[in-house]
Design a protein around this ligand. Structure first.
Ligand code: GDP
Length: 444
């Protein structure tokens, strides 16, 4: 996950600050110097770091902070607020035309950035919001881009307009718009052709599309893994083609994350979405506040809850919450919850969003591994209904029988029971996930 090392470093800085009773100005200055180093190492643009530190410094070294009740917390709060501001403060949404008027979105970017994938991901998201999108295959240079769009469009249940790779992109786009009008689509997403590098041909082609049909929003797709390059690409496209926003892909990878922090400040354009994986569902709306929370290791409880809501059957979640409250959470519920976790993209992606949870990650990482899940299912199905509902009655002879039934060793049964207890405990800690309000807040 991106930002891991930045988060670790910032948490260390803040731990040191908090461990001191009173802070001197020198303490704060040292801490801020460390914050600066951490940002630079995360590949945040030097210019941005300089401006950011100036803003933080002005607020953090003042009298109010030093004489306040909790100077350490105040410094963290200031860093948090400035990070949010750096990323644009507000969440930017795509501006759609009213009613059923067609909104044309042009997706641009360099080859390999993830443009075609993102275009299909976005179409799926818009469809889920009630739009009627049409995907348009104008990437006529990259072999397989057209087929890729068709395959992904089909997976998303979104129609794709293609005319092969012999036509000029502008003509395909014009024909697609006519087709959209006749067939009552209200959102057209044009997947344009990328190039390996920024060049005149690409810019001219995009210009041609823009001057021949009304493009409502141009979204640039950039790869977070390319760090400073992503920021340069955003700046150039912003100047040359004119863009309305950025989609930052591959933030799930091993990126240092600096691009997310620099793009708005350098290009002036907001990030609208972030790509969090290769699956078509791995596109998230970008919330500066939540991202700052994640970076500071405060967790992103809001995104977790949304992910849970999109993937978890609400009725079942409510029932489960009741069971946890009444302490009647049994093995059947455990199995159910593991399957739900699996639907949400695995335990590690879930835990990385929770405040302070990363430390326990190793213990429970394997909880929803496919093979493990099958073995656990076998063990749970070898239990009597009474045992499943009342975990406390499991004694050695019952465990032996279960082990024989599932074809595993008794030590595995013991391990599963222990993990079950852990899961029960964990679920108590995250009411938000189970549909209730709340979730832990940092610093409270
Ligand atoms: P294009 O040339 O810009 O159209 O790039 P593609 O859409 O073909 O994507 C290039 C590669 O990046 C593909 O293997 C995608 O699966 C992958 N990719 C795209 N977005 C993401 C993302 O958010 N995370 C990860 N891990 N991979 C991504």
């Amino acid at each position: 996950m991106a930002f891991e090392s930045l988060t670790d470093k910032l948490q260390n800085v803040f731990k040191n600050l908090r461990s001191k009773g009173r802070l001197t100005e020198a303490d704060v200055k040292t801490a801020l110097k460390e914050v600066k180093m951490a940002l630079l190492e995360a590949d945040v643009s030097y210019k941005v770091v300089k401006q950011f530190m100036k803003a933080v410094q002005e607020r953090a070294v003042g009298q109010d902070v030093m004489t306040g009740l909790n100077p350490g917390q105040m410094v963290i709060k200031i860093v948090n607020e400035e990070l949010v501001r750096l990323m644009g403060s507000e969440t930017t949404e795509i501006a759609f035309k009213p009613g059923n008027e067609i909104t044309v979105l042009m997706m641009v970017g360099l080859q390999g950035a993830g443009k075609t994938t993102t275009t299909a991901k976005l179409a799926g998201k818009l469809k889920a919001k009630g739009k009627k999108p049409l995907l348009v295959a104008c990437d006529v240079y990259r072999p397989a881009a057209i087929t890729q769009l068709q395959v992904n469009g089909e997976k998303q249940g979104v129609d794709v307009f293609a005319m092969g790779d012999k036509q000029k992109p502008v003509n395909i786009a014009k024909a697609a718009l006519e087709y959209a009008k006749v067939n009552s689509y209200n959102t057209v997403l044009i997947d344009t052709a990328g190039r390996l590098h920024i060049d005149e041909d690409m810019m001219a082609e995009l210009e041609e599309i823009k001057s021949n049909l009304t493009v409502d929003q141009t979204l640039l797709v950039v790869d977070a893994m390319t760090g400073q390059d992503a920021v340069n690409v955003a700046e150039t496209f912003s100047e040359k083609v004119g863009i309305d926003g950025v989609v930052l892909t591959k933030l799930d990878g091993d990126t240092r994350g600096g691009a997310a922090l620099s793009i708005k400040a350098i290009s002036g354009k907001p990030i609208l979405y972030v790509g969090m994986g290769e699956k078509l569902s791995d596109l998230e709306q970008f919330y500066p506040e939540r991202m700052a929370s994640r970076i500071l290791g405060m967790g992103d409880v809001m995104s977790l809850i949304e992910k849970a809501q999109a993937n978890i059957d609400e009725e079942k979640a409510k029932q489960m919450e009741q069971k946890i409250k009444k302490a009647s959470f049994g093995f059947d519920d455990y199995l159910e919850s593991m399957n739900q976790m699996k639907n949400m993209g695995g335990i590690s992606s879930v835990l990385s969003m929770l405040p302070g949870m990363s430390a326990q990650m190793g213990d429970i990482e394997s909880m929803v591994d496919e093979k493990e899940l099958a073995r656990k299912e076998a063990m749970i199905l070898s239990m009597t209904p009474q045992e499943r509902a009342n975990p406390d009655i499991l004694n050695v002879s019952r465990k032996n029988r279960i082990a024989r039934g599932a074809g595993v060793d008794i030590s595995e049964v013991n391990r599963m029971v222990k993990q079950f207890e852990q899961a029960k405990k964990m679920m108590k800690q995250m009411p938000g996930l189970m549909g209730g309000k709340g979730g832990k807040k940092f610093g409270k």
